[in-house]
Design a protein around this ligand. Structure first.
Ligand code: ADP
Ligand code: MG
Length: 724
């Protein structure tokens, strides 16, 4: 058997480099061990003599370029007492300048007409790319070396790519053959090279094909470790006990179904059946419900909760914000009518109670709600995620529904289970709901331990939302439309990227900072927009504001007035992004739409079109036509299909945004896998992991793989605890 502890990857880096040389690696990249170092992979490779495309350089980044020297000019700067050497260089049509300042005389082996490599921070000076005092490398640029690939590593000013390459070279020379965590049979099936070759070839490839094959092999390590961890979770979940919950014939659920003012869609019924089938099993349901914005997830969740109440248990509904929790309380009570009024005169026989529990509610109300949760008189408790962490007591919590939370990660799910175990109870069934369509690869990674259901159709009778990109010159027409809708008795949202009136510009999450094509001014703010609209295009209409700096009570009142129809136009931040359900609102104006991401725009748009009346969405922007940001907005205006937009979003966002907080730390969980292009590999890895774990749950026959999985879980835990 292989001894895991002797794996050279676990050796501290300071042991093979000097501790002093190892130090910058920790500081810059959190690299502590030989393994960490070997996993610091080249960003790309430069062929010596092959010139860099200077158009790819971004100001501010640290880069290594290979260019032809076209001019040398040295001067002495009398007033600064410095030698200045100015090097002009070119690659194809593009030119750049390299400036060296020094007290000593500069003696680089640079020659006009010869290639050279420079590493440094990319700057723009007088419209021209330049570097100041870059590192110079003219070694090996002769013809003999024309064919070697130079790895270019993610680097910093203090830790140059070249030095990282050197350290990796030392490590590779010093450590013996690395033991392989992938089972040989699997390697054979997929034609993968051994791990030792993979590291050597990814860092010192002979040619591009070799580098690619090495990377492919390393991707497999990443995918398999991830999928094994998920397969183990699925297996553990199946082995955990849970209380089966079945509805009563003449209970709440059937009374509720009889009272519904509309017919459920085929999708709602189908998902309902899947959920009931899960709930009667003796291990906890772990289901993800994806549903297009406005597809009616709340009713599906409510029916699941009623099933549990019918069986004598309780359900908790968790929303991402207090505003949303309060909204849910109202809509659940409205949907349930007298079925939510147990204990009052004239309540239905099967009735229960729905209570709200939030951090900012008045003490007396909170105490009452806590009591109702603890003595079981509240069948449904609505709150925010704080419900989980605050250790609220339930008489018999049978189901937790998490709304609009595609970032309800593995750690939160663990917490839920651990809480139950600590209290000596069985873990509750779990239903996670999201309106952000999740591409298959994301479902297989982030939610790989959940089963998924999807609601694709919208309830009958909806008119598709009409979306328009509104450039500044046409915005008067947009405001006219708002006035017309209000005149017809409808309501409108106006969304701004910022609250405003504060030094910090990033007071509300969710808007993007400067991008190519975006307007060169601070994003519009609620507090600035309100007076402009009041005194201008929306004069005479009743306006109200909603944003994160209001107190919980103020937010609540603003939302309640809007729900009651007392406010015509609600001017808000992305606070209204998810979940807000006011079917009478028929127009949404998103100002500075270029500051939002694709999924966000789609979510915001979903605040309208929730009733039978026709609805409008205006994406207002000053962005240059044809620019990438403008194209992004046009894409949103061009389709109402969330799945299409989700795929597009995956292309334009960094994966960390999608994977959520726990995964987006400095040492990310997905280093090599690309959720857009690696679907076949992920599918294979998932199948292999499932087979491995079913036959050997603890991976006793695969100690190295088991250790790699442990490492990964430990790393994630650490990242999560750091955030918490
Ligand atoms: P989401 O899936 O975005 O959370 P909601 O659950 O808030 O959507 O539902 C959107 C609106 O559609 C709500 O006003 C809800 O009452 C209504 N609704 C839900 N199901 C149906 C249905 N089958 N027929 C008609 N309206 C429905
Ligand atoms: Mg919802």
């Amino acid at each position: 058997m292989t001894d895991v502890t002797s794996d050279p990857r676990h050796r501290p880096l300071g042991e093979i480099l000097s501790p002093k040389t190892a130090e910058p690696f920790v500081k810059a990249f959190g690299i502590h061990t030989v393994g960490d170092l070997l996993e610091h992979l080249p960003r790309r490779y430069l062929r010596r003599g092959e010139l860099t495309d200077l158009r790819d350089l971004r100001p501010g980044e640290h880069a290594t370029v290979s260019v032809d020297v076209t001019g040398l000019n040295s001067r002495y700067l009398q007033h600064r007492r410095l030698n200045l050497l100015e090097v002009s260089a070119r690659s194809g049509q593009e030119e750049m300048r390299l400036s060296f300042f020094s007290r000593r005389k500069l003696t680089w082996k640079l020659e006009v007409g010869k290639p050279a490599m420079f590493s440094g921070k990319v700057e723009v000076f007088r419209d021209k790319l330049q570097m100041t005092n870059p590192e110079v490398d003219t070694e090996g640029l002769g013809e003999d070396f024309a064919d070697t690939l130079v790895p270019i590593y993610p680097a910093t000013a203090k830790l140059e790519s070249k030095n990282i390459g050197k350290a990796i070279g030392v490590a590779l020379d010093m450590v013996g053959p690395l033991p392989d965590p992938l089972p040989p049979a699997l390697r054979k099936t997929y034609g993968l090279m051994g791990i030792d070759d993979a590291y050597r070839q990814v860092h010192r490839p002979v040619d591009a094909a070799q580098a690619k094959a090495a990377r492919e092999r390393l991707k497999w390590d990443e995918a398999l470790v991830l999928q094994v961890a998920l397969a183990q979770r699925r297996l553990a979940a199946e082995r955990a006990p849970a209380v089966p919950r079945s509805p009563r014939e003449d209970g709440l659920l059937s009374a509720f179904d009889d009272s519904l003012p509309f017919t459920l869609t085929a999708g709602q019924l189908r998902v309902g059946r899947q959920i009931s089938a899960d709930l009667v099993r003796s291990f906890p349901m772990q289901r993800l419900l994806q549903g297009e914005v406005g597809s009616g997830k709340t009713v599906v969740a409510l029916r699941a909760m009623l099933t549990v109440v019918d069986s004598g248990g309780q359900a908790a509904l968790l929303a991402p914000t207090e505003v949303l929790a309060t909204q849910h309380l109202r809509s659940l009570r409205r949907l349930l009518g007298d079925l939510a009024e147990a204990g009052t005169l004239g309540a239905a026989a099967a009735a229960t109670n729905v209570v709200l529990l939030t951090g900012s509610q008045p003490m007396a109300a909170r105490r009452k709600a806590l009591l109702a949760a603890a003595d079981g008189s509240a069948g449904i408790v609505v709150g925010t995620h704080a419900l989980l962490t605050e250790n609220v007591q339930f008489a018999d919590l049978g189901l937790v529904v998490v709304d609009e939370q595609h970032r309800f990660g593995v750690e939160q799910r663990d917490l839920l289970r651990e809480r139950a175990e600590a209290a000596g109870r069985n873990p509750p069934h779990l239903l996670v709901m999201t309106a952000t369509p999740i591409p298959r690869t994301v479902a297989m990674t982030v939610f790989g331990d959940l089963e998924t259901s999807t609601l694709t159709e919208l309830p009958a009778g909806r008119t598709p939302i009409r979306s328009h990109v509104a450039p500044t010159r046409l915005q008067y027409r947009m405001w006219e439309r708002v006035r017309e809708e209000v005149a017809a008795g409808h309501q409108a949202f106006v969304v701004c990227p910022r609250i405003g009136e504060k030094a910090s510009e990033d007071d509300e999450p969710g808007y993007r900072v400067d991008e190519d094509g975006a307007a060169k001014r601070p994003p519009l703010a609620v507090v600035d927009v309100v007076p402009r609209l009041e005194g201008g295009p929306l004069a005479g209409l009743s306006l109200d504001v909603l944003h994160g700096r209001l107190t919980a009570e103020e937010k609540d009142e603003a939302m309640a007035r809007f729900v009651r129809g007392e406010t015509a136009v609600l001017i808000a931040t992305t606070m209204v992004e998810v979940g807000v359900d006011v079917p009478n609102a028929t127009v949404i104006v998103i100002l500075d739409a270029d500051r939002f991401g694709i999924s966000q725009l789609h979510q915001l748009r979903g605040r309208v079109g929730r009733g039978t009346a026709a609805s409008w969405c205006f994406l207002a922007t000053d962005a240059d036509e044809g620019s990438p940001v403008h194209q992004r907005i046009e894409a949103v205006a061009g389709t109402l299909d969330g799945a299409t937009l989700a795929r597009l979003d995956l292309k334009t966002r960094r994966e960390g945004d999608i994977l959520g907080a726990a995964q987006s730390g400095r040492r990310r969980s997905l280093r090599l896998l690309n959720l857009l292009t690696d679907e076949p590999l992920l599918v294979n890895a998932r199948a292999e992991a499932e087979t491995l774990v079913r036959s050997d749950p603890e991976l006793e026959g695969q100690p190295l793989l088991a250790a790699a999985v442990e490492d990964r879980i430990g790393e994630q835990r650490a990242a999560y605890l750091e955030k918490a």
